[in-house]
Design a binder for this molecule. Sequence first.
Ligand code: PLP
Length: 399
Amino acid sequence: MNQLVSGPWQRAARGAGLLGDDGSVAATIFAEMSALAARTGAINLGQGFPDEDGPAEVLEAAVRSIHDGVNQYSPGMGAPVLREAIAEHQARFYGLSVDPDREVLVTAGATEAIAATMLALVENGDEVVTFEPFYDSYGATIALAGGIHRTVPLRAPGFEPDLDELRAAVTDRTRVILVNDPHNPTGAAFGRETLETIVELAHEHDAIIVTDEVYEHLTFDKPHIPIATLSGARDRTVTISSGGKTFNTTGWKIGWLVAPHELVTAITAVKQFLTYVNGAPFQPAIAAGLRMPDSFFTEAAATLAAKRDLLSGGLERAGFDVFDAHGSYFVVADAAPLGYPDAVAFCRELPLMAGVVAVPISAFCGPVLKDEAASLVRFAYCKRVDVLERAAAQLARLG
Ligand SMILES: Cc1ncc(COP(=O)(O)O)c(C=O)c1O
């Protein structure tokens, strides 16, 4: 391998499956499945992005910003109007009092917030505990920071962690407990007992909680509980979110984090050399979105719940075991009852058999769950109703 690219990160990245042995960027199953969708014309329920625009108010606010000349670098911490809207949102929905000038940082999507937080807080050799399956950027950024990734499995059907396994994973070596709630890919929305245990463990082992709540408004049947609202959590929690999922603007990449001032300062020191700033005209538009009436947020969740029911029903009729999804816009189904113990092989055949693309859960797994979750498949339902109806009808061919 070329000496120019054989540093510690490359070694860690190869270990995390991000680079091939020859140093090339590892081909992900997501890229393979999207290419398959494009080649076969299949309905792409693999990638999690909406196929409809979000609220007109938000789109028009962005257009107005561009016309009004909001086209240069925004302030390093983010536009004041957005930081204020984020603080208001935390007070309105969760009763949290946040200082928009000292406790909020606007980032290039939640993705940059996660990366800057890991790089700022994790020292070489520190342990970071996540749940498994996990969103793919977690493994990558932990490796980038030189951290050691420990995972706690989330098993079907409920996808809540076993609290003894969680207690065993968090030790004095743990620097960060990285939570994702509501959870991609399982659709879990964690209960209070799980969240309280995380806070208790963070105190016991002096760890920081980093919580990725990009699906905070996309929960059904049970309310979203931001971990920062729990007793003793706020002072050691970095809460990350983003406008992409709530307002169907994933391409704008406007994210943010809310944390105690000391942590915001440490993370800003890294963030300023990653992107410095991004998306100036989109920042006031996301501020307008966050200030929309409660009815917008309840209706968005209700619409998505109906889509979940539509797709879950179709999957059940097709013969899958389908697990209840309480949040995010993903549902997990087991292909084993259809005679497919290997979801990777199944997902490669599915476009040809039913004209639908999905992704295997193993793409979100490390060694802990890889075998146990081998037959599980993730389907995205953030698509138009007619698309989901068509997908459900086509999936019925499998039965
Ligand atoms: C759990 C989770 N975190 C973060 C992101 C990325 O968010 P953003 O597009 O705001 O960077 C996603 C997107 O799929 C996600 O599912």
